[in-house]
Design a protein around this ligand. Structure first.
Ligand code: FCB
Length: 448
């Protein structure tokens, strides 16, 4: 058992990537500046009742203007990698067609700013801000959006591919499809399972088809995709609950991992989905299975399920374990879950490289009279997850990098600004950034 507080950076491999993670819509603001088009999240925010605090991303952390100080802060923390995403509506305001030079110029400056500070740029092409013009034509449910994504990817990687050498095609297809086209909680707020599954298929297809394009435009680059994955436990020792775990895992995890690793969609899950299953054309599964250089994993929490014949297409229900530690979001805190998840991925899929592209927590942060944020719970979460990561590495899982979510408090999607995940606190009234105790610790850990 590692004493997590005593953990040293030197216990990790010397070439380990230490990073922070961000995304465009959540931090940039400048929603109507320099020719940026409308995204599905702008539209969603404008619809009453969608965002819990009624907010939007028009200003957010104003990172569009304050990026030099944000990158300075990242450098001071001692990270050597910086994960950000590119806003498609800044580059192609109508989704396709005319390119907005001012949008490309912004990311040019940002990437140069990273390189000047010794931060290796890790760019995500799609972190959920689809141009609204494409949504008006069906969004990800339409196969044409795959071609639009390739057009966008080509423009971006031609421009930045000489300097950006790590590309993530998509962030968390579960969220950009299931939560967005089925559960109705993320933009565009759809409520159809068949739509969501079709959207997922197109997202995965666009990932696979983009890989050769990125490699052509960005010589020697590493390309991957980031999934949100969960270890899943049964609510009891009953056989029914064990079977429920398998079914839940089919849609939650294997639905994405299996096709990416060349196995096609899981047969047991397809059987349960019946007519809701996506239309797949010849060659699609081969494209989705195009080899990548790494698998990006975002880990936040484990899930516990029980058998529930009335519980949706998989016949399962989520159960809240009693008496466990939780974040302010209600997410169970389980560093051990990270070890379980990583060893499972390794056992079942054996990717050559795993990057932990997000991990973090939200708590009720308070800026105290001493001008500090004493976020002891987040600090402990961070330390214990790093200790868990070390345990997984020691067990032979090829994790090569860790990116804390997030550098800054930011727009937390349907929760607006109510949830703070940053290592730095953002005072939205003044846009002042204040490193929390967790951020100060991460900095000490990295700079030891
Ligand atoms: C992940 C998202 C990220 C952020 C964190 C808390 O699902 O990728 O943008 O919202 O959750």
């Amino acid at each position: 058992m590692t004493d997590s507080a005593a953990l040293r950076r030197s216990a990790f491999p010397a070439d380990f990537r230490w990073g922070v993670s961000t995304s465009s819509f959540q931090i940039e603001g400048a929603g109507r500046e320099d020719g940026r088009g409308e995204s599905i999240w702008d539209r969603f925010c404008s619809e009453p009742g969608r965002i819990r605090d009624g907010s939007n991303g028009l200003v957010a952390c104003d990172h569009y203007h304050l990026w030099p100080q944000d990158l300075d802060m990242a450098r001071a923390l001692g990270v050597n990698a910086y994960r950000f995403s590119i806003a498609w509506p800044r580059i192609l305001p109508n989704g396709r067609g005319p390119v907005n030079e001012a949008g490309l110029a912004f990311y040019d400056r940002l990437v140069d700013g990273m390189l000047e500070r010794g931060l290796d740029p890790w760019a995500t092409l799609y972190h959920w801000d689809l141009p609204q013009a494409l949504q008006d034509r069906g969004g990800w449910t339409s196969r044409d959006t795959v071609a639009a994504f390739l057009e966008y990817t080509d423009v971006v990687t031609r421009r930045l591919g000489d300097r950006v050498k790590h590309w993530i095609t998509h962030n968390e297809p579960w969220c950009s499809c299931m939560m967005s086209y089925w559960e109705g909680v993320h933009a565009p707020g759809g409520r159809s399972l068949p739509d969501a599954l079709q959207a997922c298929h197109h997202v995965l297809l666009s990932h696979g088809q983009a890989i050769p394009l990125i490699r052509r435009n960005s010589a020697g680059a590493d390309v991957g995709i980031t999934l949100s994955l969960h270890p899943i436990a049964p609510a009891s020792s009953r056989d029914e609950d064990a079977a429920a775990v398998r079914r839940h895992d089919g849609l939650r995890n294997r639905w994405f991992l299996d096709p990416l690793f060349g196995r096609g969609y899981p047969q047991d899950t397809l059987a349960l989905l019946g007519a809701a299953a996506p239309r797949v054309e010849p060659g699609d599964l081969d494209a989705i299975a195009t080899a990548t250089d790494f698998l990006g994993v975002n880990y936040y929490f484990p899930e516990v399920v029980r058998d529930d014949p009335a519980g949706g297409p998989m016949g399962t229900a989520l159960v809240e374990r009693e008496g466990v530690e939780r974040t302010a979001f209600g997410w169970e805190v389980s560093p051990q879950g990270l070890v379980e998840l990583l060893t499972r991925i390794q056992r079942d899929y054996a990717p050559a490289v795993i990057q932990l592209t997000e991990n973090g927590s939200t708590f009720e942060d308070v800026l105290t009279a001493d001008g500090r944020v004493h976020d002891a719970q987040r600090l402990s979460y961070l330390q214990r997850h790093l200790a868990a990561l070390k345990q997984a590495i020691d067990a032979g899982v090829p994790v090569k990098g860790y990116f804390a979510w997030s550098l800054l408090d930011n727009f937390e999607w349907a929760e607006g600004y109510l949830r703070r995940f940053g290592l730095a606190y953002v005072d939205y009234a003044t846009q002042r950034r204040i490193l929390k105790d967790s951020g100060l610790w991460y900095g000490r850990f990295l700079n030891e």
